[in-house]
Structures are given as C-alpha cells and as structure tokens.
Design a binder for this molecule. Structure first.
Ligand code: GLU
Length: 509
C-alpha cells in the first residue's frame, strides 16, 4: 500500500445505527489501525427529508460504547472539515458544473408531473423499470433537448432545475472490489442520477465522491447495498479527472436473519424479545424506547467480537479476540462475499464467554456499581470472591444482582419448593446438629466446613446427600447456587451459624 490509509465511516442520520452499520464502522477501524492509517466519521445528511433528530448523536455514542475511536470527524473536527455534508453545501456545485462543462452532466427542468407522466407512459409500454436514462432523456426537458438560448432563459429566470449525470448508453464500467474481485456493470442498466437537487444540495452520489476525493480517502469500505452505486461513482471519478485518486473499494456482505432467510431487520430482535441496537434508542416521534445491548448488560467487548466474525474470519477456528487482537489479525482479503447470519444466541454465548474470562478483579470493577445502586457497600475483596464463585452462572451483568442478593442480605424467606421437598423427617434435627458441629470449627475454611458436615452425617448414619440442599436453603434461602462450602467460608462462621439458626426457627415454627 503506497498511499496513506485513510478510511471513513459515512452514515446518514436517518435513524438508529443498524448492526450492519456498526460492523462497517468496525471493519473500517480495524483496517485503518492495522495499517497505521486514519479513521474518519463523516455524516452524510444531504437528504433533509430523511433527517432524524438525535440519530447522529446516537451513532457517535454507539461507537464510543464499542470502544472505537476516530481520528477526525463530525464530533472532534480535523484538518478536512467540516465533516457534516450539509455544512459543506457550497463546495459541491462547482463539481456538478464542471461535469456540465465537459459534457457528462446536464440541466433538467422536468416538473414532478412530467416525470410521473414519463413513468406512466413507460409502464404502459411494458418497460420493466422505467427510468430517466440515455433512451428516455431525449423526450424530456433538459439542456440536451432544449435549444441553448431557452436553457439560458430558464436558468436566468430562476426556474427550478436539477443537474443529472449523463449516463453513457452502452459502456462497460469495471472496477476491482477487494472482496468480490472484478465487478462489471453495463451503463445501459443505469439511470441518469440526479447529482445536484433543485435546492442546491448535492445528492448522496455527488457528495460522497467529492468528499472521498477531497478528504483523501484511500479505501471505501461499505455495505453491499452500495455496490450498485459504485459504477456511477467510478464514472464520476473519471469525468472529474480524479481517476488516479480513486479509492479502492470493498463491499461487505449483508447481515442475514438468524435463519439465513433474507436481510436482518429490527423485527428479528423484536420477535425474539432481544435488543437490536448497541444502545437504547428513543424514537423522537413516538417517544418509544428500544432497548440496547449496553442497557441489557452485554459487554461491548463481546458485541465487538461477535460482529467482527460476521463476514470475516481469522483463517482458523479461533473465536475470542480483543479489540487490539482484531486490529492485529484483521485482513480485508479475508472478508467473504456471502451474507453472514446474525445469530442472537451466538452473541449471548460471546457475552457469557467474556464474563467468565474476566479476571475476578476486572469483573468486580463492573459489578461494584450495580451493587452500589442496590445500596451495597462491601470490600473489594469480598466482591471479588463473590465474582469468583458466581461468574459461571452469569450470562449478563444484569444477572448479577438477582443472583447475589443473598450474599449481602440475610434471607428472610426460603424457596418453598425446596422446603416442601427437603425440609422433612430427620432433616431439621440433622441441620441443628450440623450447626452445633460448625460452632466447634477453629479454622473456618471450606475444607473444615465440609469435614465437619461429613462427621455429623456419619455420626447419624446418613449420607451428606440427605442434608446438602437443605443446608444451602438455610444459608442462602435458595435451592441452588455456587459451591456451598466456599460460599460458607466467605460468609464467616458467625453469619453462617446465625443464618442456620434463623432458618431453623422460621421453618420449624
Ligand atoms: N451515507 C451512506 C450510508 O448511509 C454511505 C455509503 C458509503 O459509505 O459510501 O451508508
């Protein structure tokens, strides 16, 4: 690579950022950082009719949560700003006019009614996809069909017009896509896209190409849905005389529904009752909030790892990668062409893996704020030990509080099902004997507790299986939980005995 790598993520603020958008941003980021390049956030807001308030902030915050950082962008500025296309509006007209000068674009004065009429006529003539193109333009009102003086008169009188690209009638347009190899389109399939709208705002196509050029973008890495726009972009580079500066293209595969049947959509998350966006999204129109992964207790590291493997693989069967490792390992040549299934269960699995693989002190750091919210103030040492005992049982940070309450509050009630199944016959008496045995323990640790319990059971001629669950019930109020002797060791002798005595009183009374 001889050019300095500069890539951009260029979302349109038309709604909440879709997982496919997050994945595109990630791949751009990995690629930029791997090659010591720059990563830019450019907001493509030229379509004012689709503008959604809050969407830009949502995009920035979602990516911040993922832990990726930009070198330049709408929120941080930079040498090639402004980075919001609406603020660059005056820059684009000159390029549209340059294209008119060299014969590759033209003024079009057609009214919406005239455009509608053309479409109706073409439909009536059984044209499959009626469009403004090399064939139909000859019957329309534009600077290619009207006499030059009339064109001038219309322009001078301030009549409304757009500038359209003059798509060649029958030309092969080819470009090399890093993911797909050579891609060939025939220009006959393409229409005369509007480049500059009647309000002077560029369309996506013109703004995108002008900005990629003027921001020195070296690689355009974007979703597959933009592949069909690329021939037009290639022609724009050529006709603007920028062919040598044209970026390389890489179109990323689509994200598919969990069953692989069609494009992923928010409804797939809704159907499963699962979050879909990185963070909470509140629709500015309805005020309705859709839960995000952040708020549901997913770890950003797990989310990033999951997305990284949608359409890319490391070439072997490794699956767990930190952000730094992804930057090291990523190669755009290993991105594949076929769509990637968005498997919500796999995302959950990643989250579990990350929770389990965090060290006790890393996990304690995440757990402490949740405990504080619930009024718990415990030593870091105690919390770390709770994490060690419990992490195998958590899939989400949100599981922490409901599953650990009993570590911090003495139980006041006891799981009724376990009571009715296990609290019978000689069990209450045995539990009482066990706590008497516990009172004699000098070194309160898991092994001594276990031994003491075994001794008491042996003395009464029963196996420990008879009392284990009942004992857990007295200490935690629940029938299941972490390794019991270790849990008792953590509580300390006094608390364990006090809890057992309280349970005996409550359950026997
Ligand atoms: N604004 C386009 C989008 O919303 C950008 C496509 C591109 O990266 O060129 O995805």
């Amino acid at each position: 690579m001889n050019k300095k790598v500069r890539v951009r993520f260029a979302p349109s603020p038309t709604g909440p950022l879709h997982p496919g958008g997050v994945r595109t941003a990630l791949f751009n980021y990995f690629f930029a950082k791997k090659h010591g390049g720059d990563f830019i956030l450019r907001v493509e807001d030229t379509d004012q009719t689709r503008f959604v308030p809050g969407a830009e902030q949502f995009i920035v915050e979602s990516l911040q949560w993922c832990g990726i950082q930009f070198d330049e962008g709408v929120h941080i500025g930079g040498q090639y700003g402004p980075y919001r296309q609406s603020e660059r509006k005056p820059m684009y007209r000159q390029f549209a006019e340059q294209l008119i000068q060299n014969g590759s674009a033209y003024y079009a004065f057609d009214t919406p009614e005239e455009l509608e009429e053309m479409k109706e006529n073409l439909k009536a003539a059984k044209v499959a996809s009626p469009q403004y193109n090399a064939i139909t333009r000859v019957n329309m009102k534009n600077s290619l069909t009207l006499p030059q003086d009339e064109v001038q008169r219309r322009l001078d009188s301030g009549e409304s017009y757009v500038i359209r690209f003059k798509m060649p009638r029958n030309e092969e347009v080819r470009f090399k896509d890093i993911v797909r190899g050579w891609v060939v389109f025939n220009s006959g399939q393409l229409d005369d896209k509007v480049l500059l709208k009647s309000d002077g705002m560029p369309t996506y196509h013109l703004a995108n190409v002008v900005d990629d050029y003027s921001m020195h973008i070296s690689h355009v890495i974007r979703g597959e849905e933009w592949l069909s726009s690329t021939p037009l972009h290639v022609l724009l580079y050529k006709n603007l005389g920028w062919e040598n500066e044209m970026p390389e293209f890489a179109h990323l595969p689509l994200l598919l529904k969990p069953d692989g049947d069609g494009k992923l959509s928010k409804r797939d998350g809704d159907r499963l009752g699962l979050p879909f966006y990185a963070i909470n999204w509140t629709d500015p129109e309805t005020g309705k909030t859709t839960l995000g992964y952040r708020e549901t207790g997913y770890l950003p590291e797990a989310y990033v790892n999951f997305l990284a493997l949608l359409g890319w693989n490391p070439g072997d069967n490794r699956e767990i990668f930190s952000l730094e490792e992804l930057v090291q390992e990523f190669s755009i040549e290993r991105v594949n062409k076929h769509g990637a299934r968005y498997d919500f269960d796999k995302l959950k699995w990643f989250n579990q893996q990350y929770l389990r693989h965090l060290s006790d002190d890393q996990l304690a750091e995440k757990v402490t704020p949740i405990l504080s919210e619930n009024g718990i103030d415990q030593s870091n040492e105690f919390i770390q030990e709770v994490c060690r005992l419990m992490k195998e049982r958590w899939s989400f940070i949100q599981d922490v509080w409901p599953s650990t309450k009993f570590f911090f509050h003495d139980p006041t009630s006891f799981d009724e099902q376990v009571v009715s199944k296990k609290w019978k016959d000689q069990v209450p008496t045995l539990i009482d004997q066990i706590q008497l045995g516990f009172q004699k323990i000098e070194h309160w640790d898991a092994l001594s507790i276990e031994n003491s319990l075994k001794e008491t059971c042996a003395a009464h001629g029963v196996g420990t299986g008879v009392v284990l669950q009942a004992l857990r019930l007295t200490v935690s109020g629940e029938g299941a939980g972490p390794a019991m002797f270790e849990m008792c060791a953590l509580f300390g002798k006094e608390k364990v005995i006090q809890r057992i005595q309280f349970a005996l009183k409550t359950l026997n009374g």
